[in-house]
Ligand binder design. Structure first.
Ligand code: URA
Length: 313
């Protein structure tokens, strides 16, 4: 990575930005075992393995995150997309992790608890590895509201099911409210990348983060449902009026934890369906798999652009 690489919020400030942890107990630990990654500070040389990481892309499925590293390796000319990239977390089936050059790709499973556990260990990993100027992007899938299926939504604000930009964490029996602010500059930069590509629709909007795929997202096709189609439509209309353009299950804790760690973060999710028109995923496998490549293509373009800019500076 070229020295002086700067991707901070403030373009004029070129001092390196580290990845913060805020836990006094960590200092007194002889070793930090990142259990769900099968990595540790004594068993692995984390600065050597990860010190050059500048971009971390996270997504639900291990398969998709492997496909992403193969794609980005080809785009950055750091390998052949057909290469087999080793899973750095081999030995555990909780998460998988792949790396090529300055890009790390990590799976996080489904829902807030799963991504939160992964993020605790990822943030510590980046901190222990002395990484600086890291950008983290969640690339995922979502249900859209009033958008053509296949549209890629870049999250402006992650909001809860009451359309409020906050994440509530219960700690020692008390509710701690954390902000879900994301970098506006990064969101605009990603939108610009979508426009430059011109291959598919890209939009900026609020993303509603829920605890569930069915009742939590006003679906009518779960095992249990106590509301009508009209109730569902009213709720989604309220969400739309609050600026919500897509719904998924990880963005709130992702935004909150990235903010606490001081890293620039974004959420880029493709919409698989328009929830105003239905609940079930009826598109063919080929169409859905094409849609799922879109956040990867957009973020791949963004990473190439950033790297080119840093080489020139
Ligand atoms: N992911 C979600 O959380 N909801 C959808 O409707 C599609 C993908």
């Amino acid at each position: 990575m070229a020295p002086g690489f700067n991707d901070g919020e403030n373009g004029a400030d070129s001092s390196p930005k580290s990845v913060h942890v805020n836990n006094p107990h960590l200092d007194s630990m002889k070793e930090d075992i990142l259990y769900h990654f099968n990595l540790g500070t004594s068993s692995h040389n984390l600065p050597q393995m990860f010190g050059d990481v500048k971009f971390v892309c996270v997504g639900g499925s291990p398969w998709r995150m492997k496909a992403f590293i193969q794609y980005i390796a080809g785009e950055l000319k750091l390998g052949d997309p057909k290469d087999e990239f080793p899973n750095i977390c081999a030995g555990t089936d909780r998460y998988s992790m792949y790396k090529v050059g300055p890009v790390l790709s990590v799976s996080h499973g489904m829902g807030i608890p799963s991504i939160a556990i992964m993020l605790h260990e990822l943030i510590k990993l980046l901190h222990h590895a002395n990484c600086t100027n890291v950008t983290i992007i969640r690339i995922g899938t979502s249900g859209g509201i009033g958008l053509d299926p296949g549209t890629v939504v870049i999250t402006k604000q992650s909001v809860d099911p009451h359309f409020l930009p906050k994440f509530e964490q219960v700690i020692l029996g008390r509710t701690v409210v954390r902000s879900t602010d994301l970098s506006e500059e990064l969101a605009e930069e990603l939108l610009q990348c979508g426009k430059e590509l011109g291959k598919f629709g890209t939009a900026i909007g609020n993303t509603m983060c829920t605890l569930d795929f069915y009742e939590g997202q006003a679906r009518l096709d779960g095992a249990f449902c106590s509301y009508t189609e009209k109730d569902k439509q009213n709720y989604l209309a309220e969400a739309y009026a609050a600026g919500v353009r897509n719904i998924e299950m990880e963005s709130s804790v992702f935004a909150a934890m990235c903010k606490l760690s001081g890293v620039q973060a974004a959420v880029v999710c493709v919409t698989l369906l328009d929830r105003l028109k239905g609940d079930q995923l009826t598109s063919s496998h080929d169409i859905l798999s094409n849609f799922q490549q879109r956040p990867q293509i957009l973020v791949g373009h963004f990473i190439k652009k950033r790297l080119n800019a840093s080489q020139k500076s």
